[in-house]
Design a binder for this molecule. Sequence first.
Ligand code: GLN
Length: 236
Amino acid sequence: AVTVGVLALQGGFIEHLNLLRKAASTVFSQTKSDTSFEAIEVRTAEELARCDALIIPGGESTTISFVAQQSGLLEPLRDFVKVQKKPVWGTCAGLILLSNQANATKKGGQELIGGLNVRVHRNHFGRQIESFEAPLQLPFLAGEADPSPFPGVFIRAPVVEEILSKGGQDPEVEVMAKLPGRIDRMKSGVSQAVTKDDSGDIIAVRQGSILGTSFHPELTDDARIHAWWLKQVLNV
Ligand code: GLN
């Protein structure tokens, strides 16, 4: 049996659970595996201990870490990610929490789970109204049946502004995707040209069992990244 948890303290956890279940039905029908699969909401250390892998959703990273701290979940999360090294995927706020350093914290520091040896820049693209959607060619999905661009939803999204070490670390941080040049942002429903050159901003990284994405696949109905990630979790 495989149990995948979604951290359910705040943010888009329901959306992740829905896509995870959708992805699981695709992956299990493809692989004809008879393993039983369960996706659960995680709010306690006991629930976390049942999980083979975990998703940390988008939302507000300061809130998620505050609630995790208050509920005694921060240390168990650090243990899950960095000691047990179970597979973890963070989206947006989740990426921030999984990074070793974060910038642009308004009121000083915030507790992070860490694990990805990178520094993220929070709210890199600006405020909520500067949210945008961009079609992404994700190299890691290239082998999948549907090669069409992935709808990247960026809401007060972070980017990885620096990889803190290359070499000497095992495993190393891999850049999984960057923003292409000249994307058209959708601002308030209107497509506008990018004013600042975002090309080359790092929007997905992996280090060993930890994956982080700046954008929110959970806010689309596209389960391809969930399916791709799940196949690695299940080792199929
Ligand atoms: N900017 C948010 C933070 O710092 C993340 C935004 C999001 O997850 N949509 O946590």
